[in-house]
Design a protein around this ligand. Structure first.
Ligand code: SF4
Ligand code: FES
Length: 330
């Protein structure tokens, strides 16, 4: 076991834990009171092996290496890829240097990413949008031409806006690790890298829709939901169905009783709880396909959580009543 202190909060964690995981453990502790000291992440995803280490959003300052070797680390380190040592002391929000360096990281991420939030389906649940508000600068210093791409359909359900991609590799690892056939990846290197399918292949695997959920920006979007509604006008509900391919536990995004979108449920860190299959995600858009459990609490900072409807216990009863009325009309 190793004792690590992050922004003044000490925790004892198993050897091999990363600084990021330790910070999340502190925040998840039921007795913890204070700011969210877990560093933001754009590429790390706890469910995906070897994720992390690409975006540098999660950098922190190690002011004391360990009990045995207390020297500080000479430059900020990626917390998702750095393991804790016994006696380590780390600064995240308490270090002005980290906050300044993170602004630079956000500026780099936004060099090519367009600020097309007003027309982007991901707006309201975009990790980069949240990161920009929390850690970005009001202006960019970048004057050069930005790279742009044509939008392409990769399969019947997924649209790729490569212009918005920040090359976090999450979709590639998702396809690699949860499906049998990966047909897309990162082509080329350096500033000409791009996500693409191999020789105009399409993504058709039963679980391919999960790449949409892991994408932190609006680069991979659901073609069945595109431009249907701003996400904050929809009401997320937990729902389930008996499915032979996946757990069948999803979040339904409703407008009235119309199912506009089906996604996996995400935890407090914005990560998928259970991967869901394409049948549940794209083909079950009738409210009668689902058993509604009740309003979904969106834990992450988001305009969606500004909807206070979830506190109305009455809502669940109303939805059940509506379902009964609709069933009677059938
Ligand atoms: S398409 Fe999305 S998930 Fe895939 S690398 Fe780009 S930003 Fe990441
Ligand atoms: S989240 Fe750690 S480098 Fe991207």
């Amino acid at each position: 076991m190793a004792k690590v202190t992050i922004d003044g909060h000490m925790i004892e964690v198993p050897d091999g834990t990363t600084i990021l995981q330790a910070a999340r453990m502190i925040v998840e502790d039921k007795d913890y009171v204070g700011a969210n000291i877990a560093p933001p992440t754009m590429c790390y995803y706890s469910k995906l092996k070897t994720s992390g280490g690409y975006c540098r959003t999660c950098i922190v300052k190690v002011t004391k290496g360990s009990e045995k070797d207390p020297r500080p680390m000479p430059k900020p380190v990626a917390s998702c890829r750095t393991n804790v040592m016994d006696g380590m002391e780390v600064q995240n929000l308490t270090s002005p240097d980290v906050l300044e360096a993170r602004k630079g990281v956000v500026e780099f991420l936004l060099i090519n990413h367009p600020l097309d939030c007003p027309i982007c389906d991901q707006a309201g649940e975009c990790d980069l949008q949240n990161l920009g508000y929390g850690h970005g600068m009001a202006k960019t210093r970048y004057d050069f031409k930005r790279r742009t791409f044509q939008q392409i359909d990769i399969g019947p359900y997924i649209k790729l806006h490569m212009t918005r991609c920040i090359l976090c590799y999450r979709c590639v690892k998702t396809a690699d690790q949860i499906t049998d056939t990966r047909v897309h990846g990162v082509m080329n290197r350096g500033d000409v890298s791009e996500i693409s399918t191999y020789i105009k292949n399409v993504i058709t695997n039963d679980f391919s829709g999960n790449v949409i959920d892991v994408c932190p920006v609006g680069a991979l979007t659901d073609r069945t939901f595109r431009f249907k509604s701003r996400v904050w006008f929809t009401k997320p509900m937990d729902a389930h169905r008996g499915c032979t391919k996946c757990s069948g536990k999803v979040a339904l995004w409703l407008k009235g009783t119309e199912v506009l979108r089906v996604t996996a449920r995400k935890n407090v860190w914005g990560e998928v709880e259970d991967w869901i299959c394409n049948e549940c995600r794209f083909e079950k858009k009738n409210i009668h396909d689902w058993t509604i459990e009740g309003p979904r609490h969106i834990e992450r900072q988001s305009v969606i959580s500004a909807n206070h409807y979830e506190n109305l216990a009455q809502l669940k009863l109303d939805v059940q009543k509506q379902q009964k009325q609709l069933s009677a009309l059938k």
